[in-house]
Design a protein around this ligand. Sequence first.
Ligand SMILES: Nc1ncnc2c1ncn2[C@@H]1O[C@H](COP(=O)(O)OP(=O)(O)O)[C@@H](O)[C@H]1O
Ligand SMILES: [Mg+2]
Length: 223
Amino acid sequence: MISFENVAYNYGGGELLSDISLRLAPGSFHFLTGPSGAGKTTFLKLCYAELLPTAGRVTLFDREVRGLARDDVAMTRRRIGVVHQDCQFLDHLPLGDNVALPLTVAGRPGAARDLADLLAWVGLERLTDALPPSLSGGERQRAALARAIIMGPDVILADEPTGNLDWEMSLRLLTLLVELNRMGKTVLVATHDLNLIRQAKSQIPARVLRIAKRRIQLAGADL
Ligand SMILES: Nc1ncnc2c1ncn2[C@@H]1O[C@H](COP(=O)(O)OP(=O)(O)O)[C@@H](O)[C@H]1O
Ligand SMILES: [Mg+2]
């Protein structure tokens, strides 16, 4: 589904990620850990073709990213929902419109029923007409998740989605991600919250990828 072969990346300075080979199988659930600045966000950007590797091959849905034309990149991205680290919204638009924005952009507006169902699923149906600045951190993160999945992606990438949330809200978000995985979605979550990882592992067979010394390794069963 997403595969890396001897991938390296640098922003122009020294190499940030080196010789990364791994495969995210369909339906898998992975966490990505590593200290701040290790390259978690960069790795996610390689996973949705926001960045091209400086060496090696990234393959998304059996197609090498480097060979994709611009339209193909757009089509590929529709199959990948991203919850960004700083989930940004258009502050003057009601929450419902923000969540539906990917549909509008794709020329598929009017799926009002789907939007209502989705907002209910993340527990935000009361807030459809609220403006983003009035939302709490947990509400923003759930809205960002709803927006990421409104196009029905096969893969969900979430970048420190519980970074600013208290434990109860973190658990609530985790529950949604676990449910998506149980529905068959491939999930990758960057986080340094080890408690969250432990909690997830008690519910699903999640694997842990760890960035250390520019490499990404599958962590052992201990974590
Ligand atoms: N656009 C960029 N240009 C140059 N350096 C960058 C850019 N984005 C990130 N970096 C650097 O790459 C390193 C890894 O960043 P990042 O992938 O955001 O790490 P993490 O998400 O693990 O905190 C950091 O040192 C960061 O400063
Ligand atoms: Mg980051």
